[in-house]
Design a protein around this ligand. Sequence first.
Ligand SMILES: [Zn+2]
Length: 269
Amino acid sequence: MKKILLILSIFTAVSACKVNPFTGQKTLNFYPNSQIFPMAFAQYDQFLGENDVVNGTSEAHMITRVGQRISSAAERWLAANGYPGYLNDYKWEYNLVKDETVNAWCMPGGKIVFYTGILPICQGETGVAVVMGHEVAHALADHGAQRMSAGTLQQIGAVAGNIAIQDPEKRNMFNQAYGIGSQLGVMLPFSRGHETEADRIGLQIMAIAGYNPYEAAELWKRMKAQSGGQSPPEFMSTHPSNDTRINNLTAWAPEAAAEAAKFGVTNFK
Ligand SMILES: [Zn+2]
C-alpha cells in the first residue's frame, strides 16, 4: 500500500510539471505560483528589513532602471512567443544591498537583490545588465520552485529506501549513501543546468533590452580574474566553471543579437 501511494505521488508530481516557455521543455515543478510566491515575497521583505538597503543613490537607481528594462524585455519576448499573461503573478523588485559579497540573487516571483560587492566587477550598466538578465531568467524559468520540487522528490526517494530496507544497520548505510549520492549526482548537476539555462535566456533578454550581449563573456572574464582561481572544481559546485561559462556566452552572443533584431533592436549600449 505504501509503495502504491509512493508511486502515485511521484506520478502526480511528474505529470504536474510545467513547460518552460524559453526552452519548450517540461520542467520538474509541481508547486503552483500561488503557493511559492507569497512565501518568497515574505522572505524577501524579511531580508530587506534585516539588511542595509541602499536608497536614492545613482547606483541604486541604476539597479532599478536595468531591472525594469530587462523584465519588460522578457515580457515582450513572452507576448511575442505566445505566453501573454505569463508574468501576471510576478511582482518585480530590484534592490541594492550594502554588502561586500560578490553576489546577486533572485527569489521566485521576481524579487531581486544585488550586493554592492558585485558592482566593481560589473563596471557599469551593461555589466549590471549581464547579471540582471541572468537573475531575471532564473525567475522566469521557475528555477526556485524546481529546486524545491527536486528536493521533495529527493526526500520521497529517501522515504522509499527506508521502507524497502528492513535491517537498521543497512538502512543507516543507505541514508548516508543516498544523502551524498543524490546531492552530488542529482542536485548539483541540476543546479548547474539551471545556471547554464539562466545564462542563455539572460543573454537573450539583455540583448532585447538593448544591452550588448558580447559584453557578457567579458564580465565573466573579470569574475574569473577576481576570484584568482579560487572557485571549486566544477563537479563539486552548483555553478559551471568560469571557463565553461565564458565559452558558452561567447558562442551564444550572436544568437542573442539575432533574437534582439527580431524586436527591432540592432544598436547596443
Ligand atoms: Zn544563477
